[in-house]
Design a protein around this ligand. Structure first.
Ligand code: FES
Length: 162
């Protein structure tokens, strides 16, 4: 019985150290800060976090005002992602919830080939899903809104993702 325990302990040590995260793995999991001050209204930045593109959008007042007009067309009613007049930044994973393509940001309010009444948002060219500027899904095949990564405001001009 005792020999068995000793043997297990001897094997357990190298096993555990192999499970310690490497510096590379730690860096991958680390949070990323982003300075919002240079992002003009209407502009979007793509920040890489955990090998995932994160879309950071500075909403224009017009885009915020237009969002309620799209409420009827939104098929996934989780609407906590709506930006408010106080909080004009939207942070989303830039990964289509259909089959993980990268949706393209089209903030222009103008008729598009895929929607004559386009009010700005994200269009996924792979199979034609439409998301509004806040990431809500308006037209599939994507089943749900763009995901929101964990993030927080560190101060008025800086967010920390992760
Ligand atoms: Fe975006 Fe299919 S991957 S619509």
């Amino acid at each position: 019985g005792l020999m068995g325990a000793v043997t297990v302990a001897a094997f357990a040590v190298p096993f555990l150290s192999a499970w310690k995260p490497s510096e590379k793995a730690k860096a991958l999991g680390a949070s990323v800060k982003f300075d919002l001050s240079k992002l003009q209204p209407g502009a979007m930045a793509i920040v890489e976090w955990r090998r995932t593109p994160i879309f950071v959008v500075h909403q224009t007042q017009e885009a915020i005002d237009n969002l309620p007009k799209l409420n009827d067309k939104v098929t996934d009613q989780a609407n906590e992602i709506l930006p408010s007049n106080e909080k004009k930044f939207t942070v989303l994973k830039g990964v289509c919830t259909h089959l993980s393509c990268a949706p393209k940001y089209h903030p222009e309010i103008e008729p598009k080939a895929w929607d004559q009444e386009w009010l700005g948002g994200f269009f996924c060219p792979c199979h034609g899903s439409h998301y509004d500027t806040s990431g809500r899904i308006r037209k599939g095949p994507a089943p749900t809104n763009l995901e929101i990564p964990k993030y927080e405001f560190v101060n008025n001009n800086t967010i920390k993702i992760g």
